[in-house]
Design a binder for this molecule. Structure first.
Ligand code: UD1
Ligand code: UDP
Length: 391
């Protein structure tokens, strides 16, 4: 399950990155590359595989290989069962590696358990994408609690925005422990967009390749636990009605592998001609889909941060967001999960090009693609290493 204990002949500071889900992997991939290229650190990667297939796709795409793979995912896993497996298995990795710093990302169970495991072994912790808050422990659930827990243990807090920094200060975190960097998702997205451009990439034959030229595309994703049950039923009813009302529009929905999502979505939305239910798309395909979309309907965290960089309007199927910046900028609109409201809001953007244009014109508040350089510079400072070129 884990590789053999790593002896410590290397004088460089040892940093262990721990992540386990698709979004963490996408957002940590550019940082992992930056740390390895830098050469000033002994970098180790531990994947928990809280996600299996959805994680492996990202590892393959970004050519990342793990030093430890905890293989934690089980079908339909419970939060407590998963957390227990993670904590138990992380203990072995941290004991073997004896890192100088553990780096975690975001708000997942992997993030929270790796933070707790590091703390209980007395290992300093750095939190990437720190300081996001709704102030409501039920939304997002359980992610709001995971973020707060990690903040309690972190030595270094890498906040993506000024407002995230203010949230941390309000909780009593010392200013000197916070570094505002932008979100590493912008680094990853820019890399992928360049990659697609350089390759002149076009989708292969199959559902994406067959999207009718010029047809408007509405891209959909959804997986939040607080939307399970009634919320997902409402979302599905809205999508069925929209597909009926707008036969010229293609509705494309890569469906998350969680059985609590797959079940209702396939039951309520199967067999609609202009509504394609697809498996999760690898990041290259998904970025292409975001570029191709006229608007995006989602409850995802990462998609809220990426879409503004691509100037795509986002309708957010949640009642609260820990990412208020894009809402304030005007490119993301909170619409909740009521079917009537979703149908109205999507219709408004499809029927009124000026309304969609206005949302597209807002600027991206989540960064400039240099987040990893800023994190690297702060890590070098933390370990007393000479600085490279400034970010
Ligand atoms: C997790 C995170 C959530 C994050 C989301 C990103 C927690 C509590 N939740 O939610 O914050 O937004 O990932 O997608 O950390 N599954 C597969 N294959 C995969 C991935 C998932 O089959 O590659 C199925 C399994 O049955 C698994 C279930 O989905 O048990 C749930 O996975 P889990 O990571 O517990 O929850 P997510 O809803 O994915
Ligand atoms: N994503 C992807 N394929 C998909 C759906 C999403 O690669 O089929 C990417 C998306 O671009 C973003 C990340 O996955 O970078 C978001 O993951 P998710 O919505 O599962 O989690 P969240 O961000 O809500 O934690």
């Amino acid at each position: 399950m884990t590789s053999s204990p790593a002896a410590r002949p290397c004088p460089l500071p040892r940093v262990v990155l721990v992540f386990g889900t698709r979004p963490e992997a996408i957002k940590m991939a550019p940082l992992l590359h930056a740390l390895r290229v830098d050469g000033g650190f002994d970098v180790r990667l531990c994947v928990t595989a809280q996600h299996r297939q959805m994680l492996d796709e990202v590892l393959e795409l970004f050519e990342l290989s793990a030093d430890h793979d905890l293989d934690a995912m089980t079908e339909g896993q419970s939060l407590n069962g998963l957390c227990a497996r993670l904590l138990e298995r992380l203990e072995g990795v941290l004991a073997a590696e004896q890192p100088d710093l553990v780096l975690v990302h975001g708000d997942t169970s992997t993030c929270a358990m790796a933070s707790l495991a590091a703390f209980q072994r007395g290992i300093p912790l750095a939190h990437i994408e720190a300081g996001l808050r709704t102030g409501n422990l039920q939304a997002p659930w359980p992610e709001e609690a995971n973020r707060r827990l990690t903040a309690v243990f972190a030595t270094l807090h890498f906040a993506p925005t000024e407002s995230a920094r203010r949230n941390l200060l309000a909780e009593g975190v010392a200013d000197a422990a916070i570094c505002v960097t932008g979100n590493t998702v912008v680094d990853a997205l820019q890399w992928m967009c360049r990659h697609l451009d350089e390759l002149g990439w076009r989708p292969p034959a199959g559902p994406l390749g067959q999207l009718p030229e010029g047809a408007p595309v509405v891209l959909i994703t959804g997986h939040r636990r607080e939307n399970f049950g009634e919320g997902f039923e409402q979302i599905c009813h809205a999508l069925a009605e929209l597909a009926r009302r707008y036969p010229q529009v293609q509705f494309v929905y890569p469906v998350h592998l969680n059985p609590q999502v797959r079940g209702p979505v396939h039951r309520l939305l199967g067999g609609i001609a202009n509504l394609q239910l697809l498996p999760p798309q690898d990041y290259r395909h998904f970025v292409w889909l975001m570029q191709r979309a006229s608007l995006i309907l989602t409850d995802s965290g990462g998609v809220q941060e990426e879409a503004p960089s691509l100037h795509k309007p986002v309708l957010l199927m949640r009642t609260a967001t820990e990412r208020p910046e894009a809402v304030a900028a005007g490119c993301v609109r909170l619409v909740g999960t009521d079917a009537v409201r979703i149908v109205d809001e999507v219709s408004r953007l499809l029927d009124d090009p000026a309304a969609a244009r206005e949302m597209r014109s807002a600027s991206n508040p989540y960064g400039d693609g240099l987040a990893c350089r800023r994190i690297l510079a702060r890590l070098r400072e933390y370990f007393g290493l000479a600085q490279g070129a400034p970010a």
